[in-house]
Design a protein around this ligand. Structure first.
Ligand SMILES: [Zn+2]
Length: 338
């Protein structure tokens, strides 16, 4: 990698730590809008990793993950460069919205273009100034509004380098995920930059366990690619890959009594929820279509027939996956505040 690093026209020298505001646009009243970036460059050369959050503006859990990584003491020993982008979709973040003001989804607008829609322009700036200057990337997400996700990595497991990063992240559940058109992951793959997507928690909420698992995972990846010293007694976590998952939908409209939560091991035919009418009379049962782990679920107890309720992933050994999920929650729960 070249020894010169410039982001938004500002050069970051070896051993420097800088905050940069990447100019994006103006609000209606003329207020400047820019993406906040913090760059930490070690004295020694090494990988260049970006960690981004809130590409979906309401998925703020990842922002807190980035904030905590930035305060981790181990960064003093950093080799290479860490580019932290706590808020990518600055429009959505300020409006508590997933989207941009033009109702476009930024994660379907990559790689973007200079003269395209607002979403496309923002994607283009992020690609040119951050992604294309990096050797590795991690993008942080949560479930959409009123949905929560079990902490999980989504990655293309057919790519050897990406697969290695996914294993190093150390979260028990990895979902092999094909690339979506217009996503940041697809754009990074085209540039041959291995990238992980971490999912966990709910939009517009902080989830302490998910935050700690996310921080731990990102630091583990940084250790594995030689950016941070490896912890001496680091335990390698057992991780499991799911190659198929499916959403279970509501059979009727009404109120829903949820009986199983994200992380649960469910067997084929097991009762997951009951849909009731407005007087509490059962209108339909929601059953697990196959054995698996609930990796995402609706939190809002009001549903229409056809609404996606539970996201279930299947594994070769579901019991082992469930044990590993319980273990990570027990192990990782420690305070990162200082
Ligand atoms: Zn998202």
């Amino acid at each position: 990698m070249a020894s010169e690093l410039k982001i938004g026209g500002i050069s970051i020298k070896k051993g420097e730590r800088k905050r940069i505001q990447l100019a994006v646009s103006n609000l209606y009243d003329g207020t400047d809008l820019s993406i906040p970036v913090e760059v930490i460059r070690g004295k020694e050369e090494g990988p260049i990793l970006f960690i981004s959050a809130a590409i979906h503006g309401d998925e703020i859990n990842g922002t807190e993950i980035v904030c905590r990584i930035l305060r981790d003491r181990s960064l003093k020993k950093l080799k290479g460069t860490f580019i932290a982008v706590p808020v990518v979709n600055v429009f959505g973040f300020n409006m508590l919205s997933r989207y941009l003001p033009d109702r476009r989804d930024l994660n379907r607008s990559f790689p973007g273009s200079k003269n395209g829609s607002l979403a496309s322009r923002l994607a283009n700036i992020f690609m040119k100034e951050i992604v294309q200057k990096s050797t590795h990337g991690i993008d942080l997400h949560t479930g959409a509004i009123h949905r929560t996700n079990l902490p999980q990595i989504r990655a293309c497991m057919n790519n050897a380098e990406t697969k290695q990063l996914a294993f190093e992240f150390g979260v028990p559940v990895i979902i092999n995920s094909d690339i979506r058109d217009g996503s940041l992951r697809e754009a990074a793959r085209r540039k041959k930059i291995p990238m992980l997507l971490f999912e966990g928690g709910e939009a517009l909420r902080f989830d302490e366990k998910v935050i700690q698992i996310g921080v731990h995972g990102c630091l583990a990846v940084m250790q594995s690619i030689g950016m941070l010293p490896r912890k001496k007694h680091a335990t390698r976590r057992e991780v499991f890959v799911s190659w198929s998952s499916q959403w279970v939908r509501s059979p009727a409209s009404g109120l829903i009594r949820i009986l199983k939560e994200a992380g649960a091991h469910v067997k084929e035919g097991e009762l997951l929820a009951v849909v009731m009418d407005q007087f509490g009379k059962p209108r339909g049962e929601v059953l697990a279509p196959f054995e698996g782990i609930i990796i995402g679920q609706l939190k809002l107890p009001l549903v229409n027939g056809g609404d996606a309720l539970f996201h279930i992933a299947s594994f070769h050994n579901t019991r082992k996956v469930q044990k590993s999920i319980t273990r990570i929650e027990e192990d990782i729960f420690q305070c990162f505040y200082d």
